[in-house]
Write a protein that binds this ligand. Structure first.
Ligand code: BGC
Length: 794
């Protein structure tokens, strides 16, 4: 049984009942609040102690040098890194001359609770100062889903036993000091003092700071307004300087008396607007939020989330920990994308500086599928962002000697930031991943305006890339040579099967969309000859297969490579890339993360059931899961080929990635793709959800540890509910006109008020496949009732 050291297991919230300073940074990621535009790490209100302070605005970054020991043609000249912008979270408290600092005095109680239904982060602390003054602090925080520039805090301090003099300092802090990054290359390069002051103001309870980034030239503004409620002996002042604006409230509290401060914070930024315009932008956002008031923001947050959960909730009976984890995951996936509005969706969302705040294929392949069926407007915006970066991708393709567009492996502003070619630019599959997300979104929403304006150019440009990147051999077969697939332990290989299958899908989808919109396509210069070329390349796409072993090859020749010696690899030598040279990983059969197995999830129709079973078993024994993106794909395929126990264990790994800090780097931010993978494993894995010929299809099957699984999905303006219990699946149309679906290949026509049930098919699986020595996923126990507590917050 996996025990849970830090958090209580509850269905609708995450509760931490004691404060452990050793894992403060992890908890700051886990308790981060964001809306896709603004991100506040879960730092303590008083600013210190902290693991890693963090306030992020999506799209705000600074350039940083990318020095090369040996430079080469086409290497990106500079990188981009997310920066910590002005911190509006800070509310310091002085109790009779002593700072409220949890490292001193006596902490009797400390609880934090993130409520997935209200979107509020609550904190309660009871503390006695070193000189013996007892207080209770209660704070509640939100980052608004309905007003994207806005975050807010309600902070209360209560005197417990004696009269106390308290001082609250509510601050905006720019260029705050950050701890130095450690040696892990995945952690962000931290830039010191990235913000240049431009303007500052303090009037009454209202404060503002305006800054600009030195090199990227982005203007960043933040303003705060306060409402103070205290006794007669309460007074306030405000002041501001370059990097600090502050409202100071003083009061004397009798025992039982409370001082309350409501702080509403508005953030804004712009690459083009002048200082006065950005000033006015944050002032206006603040005016709107102040007119809603604290309670208005709280009510709107609940309304927004009620709507989200009605579309997205997943219910799990039989494993309380997974129930909590999937809601935690969905909440954070929503936070990453909800109000991104034509900006990138970074691998860590806005929860930390890991991976320099870059966006990868994680977004299109793992995160957007979840949002497509639960919050499609967020997908539209994320793909619109890709569309706005087309000029940079076209320019990159030209630089590489290619046609069409070459989207960056990692980026914030749309230009390539990867300085490591083999696992960067060579991972061309990102172009197919973007196309796949476009196709999925269009199919699930019928959004024709999007298809014409955004989908068509994205599909055309990526198809052009594939056509120019690949070539027909003298038999006419189409090959894409010298690319890196999802498995980063193989690089620059020929005919990576995943890449080729995604490219094939991309080429066909582009030809189909051109057919639907011939005039618009003609305006992009597409003619019949070009689409015929795409179709031909797709038809002749080479898909390497080893007849002797009866398995597909991850890439041409892969199965002929020497096997990695797992028996001589120690447990502490994982992740392998931190302990072995890449050249050795590259030339052996060892797989970092699901690659061919992921291809079988996304392009299932390209394989027979027998091929799936054999491929799965073959690649299981090579896959070490040195990436958090691996387990969910393995869960889906394990379920499909009938290894339900294994699928369940992989689900556990994806689900607990951050709650149990399985990779030891949750401090740098959450693994948003792995969180999304929790939904993936449950809905696509155990729900068996796929799209078949324009219909949404299910082949549900539960592991014996799970008693019931129910989920809602949105498809073509309909809301469906699927419930699997007692070997029966029930489909209900909750909203929208009648809808055809497939249950294990049988067509069912659903109408509202008439649920339909069908028996679940059982799986016949062969012997359980093996993983590399020591790399089997942790065996999940049955979690019924384990640490389960009643939810006390509604
Ligand atoms: C994985 C990539 C992933 C990146 C960001 C790497 O470790 O191998 O597939 O895109 O992390 O999550």
């Amino acid at each position: 049984m996996i025990t849970h050291p830090a958090y209580m297991v509850e269905p609708w919230c995450l509760r931490e009942t004691t404060l452990n300073l050793d894992v403060l940074s992890q908890s700051e990621s886990v308790f981060a609040l964001a809306n896709g535009h603004v991100g506040w790490r879960g730092n303590l209100d008083e600013g210190e102690p902290h693991g890693l302070p963090g306030t992020y605005l999506n799209g705000v970054y600074e350039f940083r040098p990318l020095p090369y020991a040996e430079a080469g043609y086409g290497y990106p000249e500079s990188g981009q890194t997310v920066i910590d912008v002005t911190n509006g979270k800070v509310v310091r408290l002085l109790v009779d001359d002593e700072p409220f600092d949890l490292r001193y005095g006596r902490l009797h109680r400390h609880e934090r609770l993130l409520d997935f239904r209200t979107g509020l982060l609550h904190r309660t602390a009871e503390w006695t100062s070193p000189s013996g003054r007892g207080i209770r602090v209660r704070s509640t925080r939100l980052v608004s889903f309905t007003q994207r520039a806005v975050a807010a805090i309600a902070y209360e301090v209560e005197a417990l036993d004696d009269e106390v003099r308290v001082v609250l300092q509510s601050e905006l802090v720019a260029n705050e000091q950050l701890p130095r990054a450690e040696g892990d290359p995945r952690a962000a390069a931290i830039l010191e003092s990235p913000l240049v002051p431009e303007d500052t103001a303090a009037h009454g309870t209202r404060i503002r700071l305006l800054h600009r980034t030195a090199r990227s030239g982005l203007r960043v503004g933040v303003a705060a307004q306060h409402v103070v409620e205290g006794g007669e002996r309460t007074a306030y002042t405000s002041e501001s300087s370059d990097d600090l604006a502050r409202v100071t409230v003083t009061s004397v509290l009798r025992p039982g008396q409370t001082l309350r401060l409501e702080k509403i914070v508005a953030h804004g930024w712009s690459a083009v607007r002048s200082a006065p315009a950005v000033r006015d932008q944050v002032d206006a956002a603040l005016a709107a939020a102040t007119s809603s008031g604290w309670q208005g923001l709280v009510d709107d947050q609940r309304g927004y989330l009620d709507d989200f959960w009605a579309r997205a909730d997943v219910e799990v009976d039989g494993d309380a920990e997974i129930q909590q984890a999937v809601r935690f995951a969905l909440f954070h996936v929503l936070q990453a994308g909800a109000r991104g509005e034509a900006r990138a969706l970074p691998a860590k969302g806005l929860t930390g500086p890991g991976y320099d705040g870059h966006c990868f294929w994680d977004t299109e392949t793992f995160v957007l599928p979840v949002l497509t069926y639960t919050a499609p407007q967020a997908v539209e915006q994320a793909l619109r962002w890709r569309y706005t970066t087309l000029p940079a991708a076209q320019e990159r393709a030209r630089q590489l000697g290619l046609r069409g567009s070459a989207f960056p492996w990692r980026t914030i502003n749309g230009s390539e930031c990867s300085g490591y070619w083999p696992a960067g630019t060579a991972a061309f599959h990102i172009n197919g991943d973007i196309a796949d997300a476009v196709v999925r979104y269009i199919r699930a929403t019928d959004d024709e305006a999007f298809e014409k304006e955004v989908g068509l150019p994205l599909l055309v440009e990526t198809a052009r890339l594939w056509r120019s990147l690949g070539h027909h051999d003298h038999h006419g077969d189409f090959h894409i040579d010298g690319v890196t697939g999802p498995d980063e332990y193989s690089a620059i290989s020929d005919d990576n099967l995943y890449t080729n299958l995604m490219a094939q899908h991309n080429l066909r989808a582009a030809a189909a969309v051109v057919e639907r919109h011939p005039d618009l396509a003609a305006a992009l210069g597409v003619d019949d000859e070009e689409t015929a070329d795409w179709r031909d390349a797709a038809t002749r796409m080479s898909l390497p297969y080893n007849e002797e072993l009866g398995v597909h090859e991850q890439s041409a020749g892969f199965t002929g490579h020497q096997l990695w010696d797992f028996t001589r690899t120690r447990e502490d030598q994982y992740p392998l890339m931190m302990h072995f040279p890449y050249f050795d990983l590259y030339r052996k059969q060892v797989v970092k993360q699901a690659d061919l197995v992921l291809a079988m999830c996304l392009r299932g129709e390209a394989f027979t059931p027998e091929q799936k079973a054999r491929n799965f078993a073959y690649y299981e024994q090579l896959t070490v899961r040195d990436s958090s993106l691996s387990a969910c794909g393995q869960a889906v395929m394990a379920a499909e080929v009938g290894h339900m126990r294994l699928a369940y264990d992989y689900l556990g790994e994806a689900a607990m990635m951050d709650l149990s800090d399985l990779e030891g780097n949750t401090r740098d931010g959450l693994h948003i793709a792995s969180l999304a993978g929790t939904w993936f494993a449950l809905v696509v894995g155990f729900g068996g959800m796929r799209e078949v010929d324009g219909l949404v299809a299910f082949s549900p099957r539960l592991p014996e540890q799970m008693v019931r699984l129910a989920f809602n999905v949105q498809f073509r303006s309909r809301r469906l509910r699927v419930e699997i219990v007692d070997n029966e699946a029930t489909y209900t149309l909750i909203e929208g006109e009648c809808q055809d679906i497939l249950h294990c290949g049988e067509k069912l026509t659903l109408t509202q008020g008439k649920p339909q049930s069908r028996p679940v098919e059982t799986a016949e699986a062969g012997p359980a496949p093996e993983q590399p020595a020591g790399r089997a996923p942790a065996h999940r126990g049955r979690m019924v009732g384990h640490l389960e507590a009643e939810a006390t917050h509604s």
